[in-house]
Design a protein around this ligand. Structure first.
Ligand code: CMC
Length: 436
């Protein structure tokens, strides 16, 4: 191999530049030396939606989209899904190594003792309308927690930071479950700290008058596996929001509210909700070809298909498809599954989807599982936000401790008017193209 450098010739000036290549990347700032004249700003890189820009160096999650690989801290997602638990994976993501037995006992204890939320936070949730979307409630309530823990602003105090990270992992299921109970008109069910992380979530969601809720072990494990699959996904939209907002050094609760808000959109964490809506609208297998035609004509998107990074298959989708069968043995088969399987079959054989490398992503089957487990569709993005919390905080901490990072502030290419003079009111009426 030749030298690890890039040679660039600026044809405007005829000058040549040599830039180092490290880890398959050049530094955008190296392009600033490329100028036409001395007071020129220097060459910028234009990359809307960051499709080819690395914004950080990270040790947390590795994805090879072409080969369908996803690893947390080097461990393949398939192995973690088969052998780990969500809390163990959360420890791995946050601290970089799998815990010893003693470390895990302490970690589980530390998370469990923080599951309750302040009674006033519960009252805050009471204020929402009866039909408030649970994700809107979660976004607002997690932000409100910053007012309960003002010391969380001390983000460079290692001990404080860890305490609030544990609180966030512990309290997200509680806020999520309270949001669900509120929107269902049910009394809140408090955490049961004898249960596992996902067992307790099921308890807070579904407990009625029984003295002690016993989660179904298959559903408890299925939820745990879904949580492992959703725990981190490197620099996706919400993680980028977490890093970007966190770069102004706000407290973790306000910052995670921003990440949750980013996750809420239908192109990100809202996609499994959109998949369910799509499958319900298609309604029967006979309507599938007509729907696929609409997608190919650009009138609809095939929700749950396509990914910015995976261009072969999404390894999370493969695990989930398998999981679906285990869940259906307990809950009964979801009739939407047949529509989904037919959609997948037709799409995977169709040139439109093959050409564009569109494959089922994590959301294609997760919604069907969640629905079979009794979750309303509005809870789907909430069920994504709970496990993604550890990914967000691990990435946030990595950003805070990275000496190269600063407040995030992209450049722009200004394409608006050049300087012009203010127009008085009476002269404006006749201006052409004025907005009505
Ligand atoms: N259905 C139909 N056509 C699609 C789809 C789709 N789901 N996704 C992409 N395309 C087409 C797109 O129209 C474009 O076609 P053309 O080249 O003719 O203009 C081509 O494929 C490339 O798409 P793109 O928009 O450049 O791809 P992207 O990387 O910007 O978008 C995406 C990725 C996930 C936003 C997009 O595939 C999409 O909107 N999918 C549906 C929503 C969804 O399932 N989101 C969940 C993502 S996985 C969970 C997560 O990580 O949040």
């Amino acid at each position: 191999m030749g030298e690890e450098t890039l040679s660039v010739t600026d044809n405007r000036t005829g000058r040549s530049y040599e830039m180092p290549i490290k880890d398959g990347a050049v530094r955008a700032m190296d392009f600033r030396q490329i100028k036409v004249h001395d007071d020129d700003f220097g060459l910028k890189l234009y990359d809307p939606a960051f499709t080819n820009t690395a914004s950080c160096r990270s040790e947390i999650t590795y994805i090879d989209g072409d080969r369908g690989i996803l690893r947390y801290r080097g461990y393949p997602i398939e192995q973690l899904a088969a052998q780990s638990t969500y809390l163990e994976t959360a420890y791995l993501i946050l601290f970089g190594e799998l815990p010893t037995r003693a470390q895990f006992v302490e970690w589980e204890h530390d998370i469990t003792i923080h599951t309750y939320i302040h009674e006033n936070a519960k009252k805050f949730m009471d204020g929402f309308l009866y039909d408030a979307h649970p994700m809107g409630m979660l976004v607002s309530t997690v932000a409100a927690l910053s007012t309960f823990y003002p010391q969380s602003k001390e983000i460079f105090d290692e001990e404080d930071r860890l305490l609030h990270m544990k609180r966030l992992i512990a309290k997200m299921p509680t806020m999520a479950a309270f949001a669900y109970r509120h929107s269902s008109g049910l009394p809140y069910a408090y955490p049961d700290n004898d249960l596992s992380y996902t067992g307790n979530l099921l308890n807070m969601l579904y407990k009625f008058s029984e003295a002690k809720y016993q989660p179904d072990p298959v559903l408890e494990r299925a939820l745990d596996v879904l949580f492992i699959l959703h725990a981190d996904h490197e620099q996706n939209c919400s993680t980028n929001a977490m890093r970007c907002v966190g770069s102004s050094h706000g407290d973790p609760y306000s910052t995670i509210a921003a990440a949750c808000a980013a996750l809420y959109g239908p192109l990100h964490g809202g996609a499994n909700e959109a998949v369910l809506k799509m499958l319900t609208e298609i309604a029967s297998i006979e309507n599938v070809p007509k729907f696929v035609d609409r997608v190919k004509d650009g009138e609809d998107l095939l929700m749950g298909f396509g990914h910015r990074v995976y261009k072969n298959f999404d390894p999370r989708a493969s695990v989930i498809k398998e999981l679906a069968h285990q869940v259906f043995e307990v809950t009964g088969r979801n009739p939407l599954l047949d529509i989904a399987l037919e959609l997948e079959r037709i799409a995977l054989e169709d040139e439109y989807f093959i050409e564009r490398k569109l494959y089922p992503n994590v959301d294609f089957y997760s919604g069907i599982i969640y629905q079979s487990m009794g979750f309303p569709v509005s809870m789907f993005p909430v069920l994504f936000a709970i496990p993604r919390t550890v990914g967000w905080i691990a990435q946030w901490q990595e950003m805070l401790l990275d000496e190269e990072q600063k407040i995030a502030r992209p450049r722009q290419i200004y394409v608006g008017h050049d300087q012009r003079d203010y127009i008085s009111w009476d002269r404006r009426e006749s201006r052409q193209g004025a907005v009505a």
